[in-house]
Design a protein around this ligand. Sequence first.
Ligand code: ATP
Length: 328
Amino acid sequence: MNIEMKRIAVLTSGGDAPGMNAAVRAVVRTSVFYGLQCYVVYQGYQGLIDGKIKQANARSVNNIINKGGTILKSARSLEFRTPKGRQKAFDNIKKFEIDALVVIGGDGSFTGALIFQNEFNIPVIGIPGTIDNDIYGTQHTLGYDTALNTVVEVIDKIRDTASSHNRLFFVEVMGRDAGHIALNTGIGAGAEEILIPEENRGLDQLLESLKHSEKSGKSSSIVVVAEGDKTGKNVFELATYVEQNLPYYEVRVSVLGHMQRGGSPSCFDRVLASRMGVHAIESLREGKSKVMVGVMNDKMELTPLEEAIKGKSEINKDLLRVTDILSI
Ligand code: ATP
C-alpha cells in the first residue's frame, strides 16, 4: 500500500564517497517518476538548518552519475547535534512542506537521522555512502568498490618502482576501524602481508613473512596497512622496526590518504547507487522509514537504522588465509 506523500528531500552527509551523486540522481528521478516533488539540500544537515534547500527536477541531475564527491556538498554539522539545531532543521522541513528525508552518508549521519525521526516523526531513510564499507546491513557501501580500484591501481604503480629497486614498501590505506579496503586491495595487488584493525597477528609474524620473502627471491615486497591496524605501531614506526630487524631491506612508506576518496565512481558503484536510490523512494512510498537500504546477495534489503548503526560489518577472515597461501 502506498502512503500519501508529496515531497521528498535528499541530502549527503559525513565524508563524501564516489557514487553519492549517482544516488542523488536516482532519488530525484525516482521521485519524479512517481509524481513526487523532490528537493535537494546543500551541505548536509547544516544546510537543512540554514534553509539551503532547492527544488530539483529530472534535468537538474543530468550528467552527475559519473562525478566523484557530492554536488550537494557535505558538512559535519555540530549544530545538528543539538536539540536547538534540529528544531531549526525541522522548522525548514515544515516550511518547505517536506514529507520525508533521504540521508546519504555513514553511521554518524544515520544516528542524526534516527534522532531526527524520533523527535519530530519525519520519516527518514538512509543510503550508505562511505568508502570504508563498515556499515552493518549491506555487503557494499557506495564508494567502496571505486576506492578498491583506485588503491589497487596505485599499489600496482608502487610495485613497479619497488621491483626496480628491490625495495619493501609499506602502503597505508584508509580504514580506522575496518580492514575491508586493506584486505581486498592487498590481495588484489599481491601484497606479502596485510595488517588490519580486526586481527593483530603480531610483529613476529610480519618479520617471519618478510624474511621468507627475501629468502624466496622476491624482487619487491608490499605490505598493506590499514590506518587502524593493531600492531601498536604506525606505518612509519613499522618501517623503522623492519629496517632495524631486517637490515637487508630498503624500506619506503607511502600513505595514500584522501586520494582514495576521490574519482569517478566505478560502474559497480553507479549501479548500486541507482538501485539504492530507487529502492529508497519505493520503500518510503510503502510506508517504510527509520531504515537503511542495503544490498545482500545482490538483493536490495532494508535494515533498521538502529541495527545499521550498532551492528558491526564483519571482514571475511578467509581472505587472510588466501593471502598467506598466495604470498609464498
Ligand atoms: P563517515 O563514515 O564518512 O565519517 P558519517 O556519516 O559517519 O560519515 P559523521 O561526521 O559521524 O559522518 O556524521 C555526519 C553528521 O551527522 C554530523 O556532522 C552531524 O551533523 C550528524 N550526527 C552525527 N552524530 C549525531 C548525533 N549523535 N546526533 C545528531 N546528529 C549527529
